[in-house]
Ligand binder design. Structure first.
Ligand SMILES: CC(C)(COP(=O)(O)OP(=O)(O)OC[C@H]1O[C@@H](n2cnc3c(N)ncnc32)[C@H](O)[C@@H]1OP(=O)(O)O)[C@@H](O)C(=O)NCCC(=O)NCCS
Length: 186
């Protein structure tokens, strides 16, 4: 049995975590997740590594077990580089322990030290208000594909400033040379 014996901890995602993070996202979002229009914003673009956090705890033999993950993608909003939060996923048996909130808080705190003005996401407002997100007025930002306007949420990263993002939402700088050449982009 791999029972967890310790309280979870948050740390930066490491290169060796990639497979476990992918498994978590597959468990959390299911096989159709990559077909969502928001995934088009991630194609060919790497997440911001300084903002990618995982939650871990340790099994009885002291082996680290990954329990949750959050990543942020660079996007362009009205011509400015900003952030898209997600995917955020917590192992189903570990939900309700505060891991999701703590992962987001770690990412948001790290992002406040960066150049971005704000974070967008598409998700359930009652959950994300717990870390300060609020719903954007319909039409203020325009995603490339079909998106439920009521689920577009935003957070200002600048202390004391209201979120000031508007316009078209586009992919961030493409850093995958295959995609940059146009291959695979529909
Ligand atoms: C959403 C998710 C990340 C939450 O992780 P978690 O570690 O269980 O969250 P936390 O323990 O930090 O927070 C739990 C609190 O948020 C609430 N909550 C969780 N999901 C919620 C939702 N979708 N809407 C409203 N409230 C929600 C819980 O009821 C709980 O409230 P309480 O503290 O008042 O009891 C997790 O359920 C998950 O991985 N789901 C599958 C993937 C997913 O849907 N990701 C988000 C995409 S929008």
């Amino acid at each position: 049995m791999n029972a967890a014996v310790s309280q979870w901890q948050i740390r930066l995602e490491a290169p060796g975590d990639a497979a476990a993070v992918e498994a978590l996202n597959a468990e959390g979002f299911g096989p159709g997740r990559c077909a969502k229009s928001v995934y088009r914003l991630r194609e060919g673009v790497a997440p911001v590594s300084a903002l990618s956090f995982v939650a871990v705890d340790f099994d009885v033999s002291g082996r680290e077990v990954l329990r949750g993950s959050v990543r942020f993608w660079p996007i362009r909003v009205g011509g400015h580089e900003e952030l898209l939060l997600g995917p955020l996923a917590v192992q189903s048996a570990q939900r309700g322990r505060g891991i999701g909130i703590a992962l987001m808080q770690a990412g948001i705190a790290a992002a406040q030290a960066g150049p971005w003005r704000g974070i967008l996401l598409i998700g359930d407002e009652p959950y994300y208000t717990k870390v300060g997100f609020s719903r954007l007025l319909p039409g203020r930002v325009r995603f490339p594909g079909p998106v439920d306007q009521n689920r577009i949420l935003g957070l200002s990263l600048k202390a004391g400033e209201l979120l000031n993002l508007s316009g078209e939402v586009r992919r961030g700088a493409i850093d995958d040379p295959v995609c940059a050449s146009g291959a695979g982009v529909g």
